[in-house]
Design a binder for this molecule. Sequence first.
Ligand SMILES: Nc1ncnc2c1ncn2[C@@H]1O[C@H](COP(=O)(O)OP(=O)(O)O)[C@@H](O)[C@H]1O
Ligand SMILES: Cc1cn([C@H]2C[C@H](O)[C@@H](COP(=O)(O)O)O2)c(=O)[nH]c1=O
Length: 221
Amino acid sequence: MAELTFRTGTMDAGKSTLALQTNHNHAARGRAGRLFTSHDRAGSAQVSSRLGLRAEAIEVGPDLDFWRYTVDALTQGARIDYFICDEAQFYTPEQVDQLAKVVDELQIDVFCFGILTDFRTRLFPGSARLVEVADRTEVLQVEALCWCGKRATHNARTENGVMVTEGDVIVVGDVDDVTTPPDVHDVEVAYEVLCRQHHRRRMTAARARAVSLSPEPLPFS
Ligand SMILES: Nc1ncnc2c1ncn2[C@@H]1O[C@H](COP(=O)(O)OP(=O)(O)O)[C@@H](O)[C@H]1O
Ligand SMILES: Cc1cn([C@H]2C[C@H](O)[C@@H](COP(=O)(O)O)O2)c(=O)[nH]c1=O
């Protein structure tokens, strides 16, 4: 029986690496697959991992209909055994439902990879739908860590080094370096993974360093 699987974790947990490994393992056994992604940091229509692996993919825009795409491909004689779907948090709930239909009606395995929550700690609509309909939701075993050493569970966004909790939901960026999105002039955006406590307190690594380096308060006279 084909399955819809959702593998999730924070940013930098190894999801894209696992997506590419999964693709490799299935292709190595002669299975025919398709690789999909949306808004990858490395650019349109590719899956890239911080470990250096990279592969061409089909870019998923809001208008892509997975059911139509699959039926058309099969009608034209293509063979499809599985789909790898990276950055699945950016897919629409309707696209996730189309993927579920592809699994059930066409017996094609679908492996989705993506983050669960955005920088405001709210579920991405696509990820919420995946949790609702997937046969299995698995949290990646390699844990990303907060600066304090605890398991990182939340994705924080910084603008010019300061953690923010308001703004556009989709802003492509990385955990290491800053990017300047084309539509947000002079604002450098970056991400950092944190434990819940430090996300609640807006205590990024830089702020924790600044607090620990600040001079002792003078004693009251
Ligand atoms: N130089 C390195 N040596 C070993 N592992 C690394 C190195 N750089 C990155 N990684 C691993 O790659 C992971 C990020 O992989 P990636 O697939 O890009 O993550 P995701 O797609 O979840 O954001 C890190 O959590 C870390 O385990
Ligand atoms: C939290 C959050 C993230 N994003 C973007 C930033 C990255 O481009 C991707 C996540 O990629 P990764 O492979 O999991 O590191 O999502 C966003 O647009 N909005 C957010 O709130």
